[in-house]
Design a protein around this ligand. Sequence first.
Ligand code: ADP
Ligand code: MG
Length: 934
Amino acid sequence: MLKSILKRKALKRFATHPNQASAQTDLEAYPWHTLSVQEACQKLQTNLETGLTDEQINTHQQVYGSNALPTRKPPSLPGVILDQFKNPLIFILIIAALIAILVGEARDSLFIVAVIAINTIIGTTQEWKAEKSAQALQNLLQAYTHVRRNGLEQKVPFEALVPGDIVLLESGSRVPADIRLVKAGNLTSDESLLTGESVSVEKHIQPLPNPDLPISERTNMVFAGSFITTGRATGIVIATGLQTEVGKIAESLVTADVAKTPLLIRMEAFTRRIGLAVLGATAFLGIIAFFRGMNLVDSFFLAVALAVSAIPEGLPIAMTVALSIATKRMANRKVIIRQLAAVEGLGSCTYIVTDKTGTLTVNQQTVKLIALPSGDRFRVSEGKYLGEGEVTTEMRGGITEGDRKSLERLAKASAICNEGQLVYQVPEGTWKYHGDAVDVAILAFVYKLGLQPEEIRKVIDKVGEIPYESEHRYAATFYRENKTVKVAIKGALETILPFCQAMWSAQADTPIDRRHIEQLGQSLAEEGYRVLAIAEGVIQDQKEPGHYTQSDIRGLVLLGLICMIDPLRPEVKEAVIKCRQAGIHVAMVTGDHPATALAIARDLEIAERKEDLINGTQLNQVCLLETPECIETIKTARIFARVTPLQKLQIVKTLMDLGHFVAVTGDGVNDAPALKHANIGLAMGSGSDITKEVSSIIITDDNFATIEAGVEEGRFAYGNIRKVVWFLIANGFAEVALFMLAISIDLPLPLLPVQILWANLVTSGILNVGLAFEAGESVVMRQPPRKPTESVFNAPMLNQIIVSGGTMGLVCFGAWFWLLANGWEVESARNMTLLLLVLLEIFHIFNARSEYQSAFRIPIQNNPFLVFGVIAALGIHLLALHTPLLQGILGVSPVTLQEGLTAFLLASSVLIVTEIFKMVKRPAKSSQNNTAIP
Ligand code: ADP
Ligand code: MG
C-alpha cells in the first residue's frame, strides 16, 4: 500500500516533464527478466563488449536524469537560527525581556534582546559551519562503480550511470542501479533492504518466463541498494535513480537526523540537569533577596542572571564545534568519519585489530621467486607491474630446456586462473594494470618469462570459475581445451595440496611428496614470502558451462610455488610504537601463512615470539566452546594467521567481552560482520562497498599509520572538549561563589543582572569558541586510553574547576569587599568588579589551553582563533566602558590607567594559582603515565 502510494507520487513527479515521462515509465514497466541477454542489449541499444558511447551516455542522461536518490535535506540557515531558540535558557531570557518591558525597563529589555541576538549569531555561525563541513564530508563518501564504456573499463560515480551502461560487479560491491545480469559466476546478492529477507539470493542469467514475478524471484536481475555477497557479475543497467525498485520506496528510506554522539548526549543531559539544579538554587537566592527587601522584579532578574551564569549553555554547541573541527582535521589526515560518535570513540579505543596486506604492507606484490616441486628455485627480476624483465637461476648451467617447459606450464596455468589485467599501451608507452595485486604481479612474471598472458587467455574456452574470495584462499578457472575440460587453480599451499595427487617433477607427473612440499612452503614463508601454489588437472565429469564447483576438482598436478614480496609500509613501525605508548594493543589478523605473518610482525614489533602467534586451526580447537582457555588464548595472542572472517568476528567479540574498546579493520565482504560488531569498524578506502557501509570510519589510504593519526585526533578532540568544559564551568562557579559569599555576609549584590549577562553571554561566549580550535597536545598520546564511559567531570576536572573557579570567585569577592570597605560608591565598585571578572576570564582562557602543561609552553600562534577571541572580548568590553549607550545600560564607566592596571594584575592571580596547581599535580600525573598497560 505504502509502496504503491509512493510509486504514484514518484510517477507524478516525472509526469511534469512530458518528454521524460513516456521513456521512463516505458523502461520501468518492462519485464526485463523475461528477455534474453541479446534482447535486453538490443532494447537498450547497448553493446556488451564495448558498452555505451559518449554520445549515447549524453542522450540517456538527458532522458533519464542522474542515478541519484533523494538524500537527507540539509538544514536551511533559518532552520539553524531557529534551532538556537530551542534552548530553555533563551526562553527564560525572552520572558525576562517581556517582564522588563512590562515594568517599564525598556532599556534592560533591549539589552536582553541584544544579548540573545549576539548569542544567536555566535551559535548560528558555529552550527552552520559544522553543518557545512558535514556536507563536505558527504562528498568524500562518494561511491564509485566499474563500467564498460567506449570499449574501456573505467570507474564512474554512481550518479553518472545511465540505463544501458554495462556494469561490472564483484563480491562486496553495492549494486548501483537495477541491473539485468548478462554474466554471473557464483553470484549471490543480499537484498534485505528491498525484500526484508536476510538470506542471500542466488543469481544466474537465464530468462524467466513469468512477467509478473515478485522482485525477490527475479533471479537474473540485481537491484539498487543490495550488495553482492559472492562472485562476479556483468550486467546492463535497466533503471536508475527513482525508477529503480528502491527509488520507488526511497522517500521512506531517507534517514532522518544525524545521530548525536554519546558524549554529546551525555553533555546535553548534564547541561539540562545542571540547568534545573541552578534554576532551583537561583530561585531560592532570589527569594532570599526578596525577603531581604529587594523588590520582586529585581529579585527575579537576579535569579535569571545567576541562572544564565551558572548554566553552561554554550557547552553542547562548543562540543559540536569541537567534533566537527575534529572530523575536518581527520579528513585532512585521510580518516573519513561516517558516524560522529567515532571521533571520540577512536580516541578511547584500547585495541586495534588490523589486517596485514594493504594496511601494514603497501599491497604492491612482486613475484620474486619461483620454486618448482623439485625444489629448484628461479629468480624473477624486479620491476613491479611491468611486463619487462627476466627469469634467471643461480644453478649451474642456467635454465635448461626442461626447466623452461616446467616454468611455462606453471605460468600458463597462473595466467588462466587470473582476474587481473596487465597490458602495454602502445600510444602512452606504459603498462596499464587492473585488478587484484596478486593477480597483476603474476601476470608481470608471465611476461618476464617471455609469454603473452592475453594470448594464452584468448585461445582458451572458459567454462566456469571459482573467483578468489579470501575465506576460500584459492581461485579456480575451468576451461575447455580440445575435447577435455581442465582446471587451473592457485591459492594457499594448504588449500591446494589436498586437491593434488601428483607433482610436476623431472619432466613428468610423479606421485606427490606432501612432506617435502610442505617443508618447501614452510621454509619459503619463513623467509617472509607470500607463497601461492599453482596446480592444474583434468575434469572427469563434463557439465554445462557455469555448473562446475569445488567438488569437481580432484587429482590435480602441482606445478610449483610462486613467492611474492609485499614491502612493509615504512611509517607503520613508528605508528605501532606510538600506539603502545598510548596504551593501545595492536594485533594482526591475516589469512596469510603463519610464518609470513610472524616475519612481518617481528619487523613491525607487533610481536616477537612464536607464542604470540596462533593459527586458525588451533584457534578452532581451543575455541570450540567459549572456555576460559579460549578467552586466554585470544587475550594473549598478537598474531592470528590463516583465520577466517568468522574467527575474526569471534576475536573481536571476545576482546570486547574482556572490556576492550575494539577498533577493527577490514576490506572484504566477509569482514562486514566483524566491522559491524566492533566498537569501531575501520573500512579500507580500497575495500568493498559493503565494508564501508557498515563501518564508522573509512581509512582512505588503507594505512595503519593513518589509524594512529585518527586516534591522535580523536584524543585531541576529547581534550579540547574538556578544555571548554573547564573554562565554562569554572566561570559559572566563580560567579555563583561571588554571589553566595556576598549574600552570606550581607553585602550588596556585586554585579547587576545585566552585567552578569554581559560577562557570560558576550565576553565569555566570544572567548570559549577559540578553545575548540586548540591544536591538541602530543602528551595525550603518552597516556593510557580513557574509559569510554569516563565522565568529563572526573576528579582532575573537578579539582581544576574548584581551584581556578574558586580563585576567580575569591578574587572578585575580595575586591568587592575591599572597594566597599574603602568607601567606593556601589556603582563604581560594580564597574571595577565587572572589569576584574572579564579580565579573569581572559587570563583563565590561557589556563584552559592545557590541563597538563604550563600556559606559557603552548605556542600562542597555534591558535589564532583564541588570540582573536581575546582581542575581541577585551575590545568589546573597553568599547562598552566608553560608549554612552552601553555605559547607561551596563552601568559602567571608564577606569583610570592605574585602576585598569591594578585589575589586570589582580586578574593574573588565576593564571599564577593555576600554574602552581599544574606544577604540583604534574609529578603525580607522570607517574600515572608509566603504569603498565592492562
Ligand atoms: P591477508 O590477510 O594478508 O590479506 P589474504 O586473505 O588476502 O591475506 O590471503 C590469504 C591467502 O589467500 C594468501 O596467503 C594466498 O595464499 C591466498 N591468496 C591471496 N590472494 C589470492 C589470489 N588472488 N588468488 C588466489 N589465492 C590468493
Ligand atoms: Mg587480503
